[in-house]
Design a protein. Structure first.
Length: 132
């Protein structure tokens, strides 16, 4: 079975480098985008298993990215983790209009994020198996 693919979208190179390296060491395939537009294009072209995105990015915020992903049949079911540097909370409407399943404040624990990603990947595999 091929490794799960994680898309990291963040305009801070130190975050994408650290997360990308640690996730690859944990056995994942990693795609990296530095803004929301690039992340959307990568998600549509590659259909990653999970997306980890920053809330504040150039050209399209993480929340806008999540909303756009929800509009496409190709990416509608991809779960997202939204990272924020300012303790942002999502309204019930924003949650309903996206597939954001976790909101994490920066700085964050990689171990906690890894556990969330692993759980999301396991749930995704179980859903695909049940649908087959």
């Amino acid at each position: 079975m091929p490794p799960d693919t994680i898309l990291i979208a963040d305009d801070e190179a130190c975050i994408t480098f650290m997360l990308g390296t640690r996730l690859e060491e944990s056995g994942f395939k990693v795609l990296v985008a530095s803004d929301g537009d690039d992340a959307l294009a990568l998600a549509l072209a590659n259909r990653p298993t999970v997306i980890v995105t920053d809330f504040q990015m150039p050209r399209m915020s993480g929340l806008e990215l999540a909303q756009r992903l929800r509009e496409s049949d190709t990416t509608r079911s991809i779960p997202l983790v939204l990272l924020t540097a300012r303790g942002h909370r999502l309204t019930p409407t924003e949650l309903r209009d996206t597939n954001v399943q976790h909101l994490m404040s920066k700085p964050f624990s990689f171990r906690e994020l890894l556990g969330i990603i692993q759980d999301m990947c396991r749930d995704n595999r179980a859903q695909r198996k049940a649908a087959a």
